[in-house]
Design a binder for this molecule. Structure first.
Ligand code: SF4
Ligand code: SF4
Length: 218
């Protein structure tokens, strides 16, 4: 068995990471977290997470970039907003989770072989290419990106659900697209550039959520 260090050192921190996250509109309140744990207590998924939402807030603020961005927690967050509603400091925890997901994908920290980031990547790519999502293609791409053994296991486990969705017209097989795709491509290019400018500290406004390599908010 491989031994792993479990305590953290000062040198593990990436100075400025917490500040960067707190500079994003909507994430500023993180500064005032009192570590009460209400977010972890109300989160229906915290029992499956490697770090609880409270821990993620503390680690983000304390610059533990690698640990936060490579955690499963941010991908297990189901965006139910329970934590955001209950937080006594009005911290927008769900939105912070979105920001962390975007950073994880952009900087390559997302756990490989895990379905949720693979879905986010495929979703963005399809919207970028066609302006629409074709569910069947999306699922196939997601399964392939999450690893062959996962793909086979999930595919076999969900074929009946897939069949029912096709029968009820909820799972399109026909490729969907929009007209004037080049205009969409131009808009996305501008949004991507705005995001890059923001990250480089050029004072540009933040690109809208769902732009450059960002998992959509839903
Ligand atoms: S509920 Fe709010 S204040 Fe309490 S630990 Fe969570 S983020 Fe911090
Ligand atoms: S939004 Fe995410 S972190 Fe917050 S309670 Fe829901 S699942 Fe948990």
């Amino acid at each position: 068995m491989e031994l792993q260090r479990t305590i953290k050192y000062e040198a593990d921190r990436v100075k400025g990471f917490g500040r960067e996250i707190m500079s994003v509109p909507g994430c500023e309140q993180l500064e005032s977290c009192i570590q009460c744990g209400t977010c972890s207590g109300v989160c229906p998924l915290s029992i499956y997470m490697d770090y609880s939402p409270r821990q993620i807030m503390a680690m983000t603020r304390s610059d533990f970039k690698k640990e936060v961005l490579s955690s499963y927690t941010i991908w297990l967050c189901a965006s139910c907003y329970d934590c955001t509603v209950e937080c006594p400091r009005k911290i927008r925890i769900t939105d912070i989770m979105y920001e962390l997901k975007q950073r994880a994908i952009r900087e390559g920290y997302d756990p490989k072989g895990f379905a949720t980031p693979a879905l986010a990547r495929s979703f963005y790519q399809m919207v970028h290419e066609n302006g629409r999502v074709t569910e069947s293609t999306l699922v196939v791409r997601m399964l392939l990106k999450s690893g062959l053994s996962n793909a086979i296991k999930t595919g076999l486990g969900m074929w009946r659900l897939g069949l029912n969705l096709i029968k009820t017209g909820r799972f399109s097989l026909k490729p969907e697209t929009i007209r004037r795709k080049e205009e969409l491509a131009k808009m996305m290019e501008i949004a991507d550039q705005a995001e890059i400018d923001h990250l480089n500290g050029n004072g540009s406004p933040k690109a809208p959520a769902g732009s450059a390599h960002a998992p959509a908010k839903h």
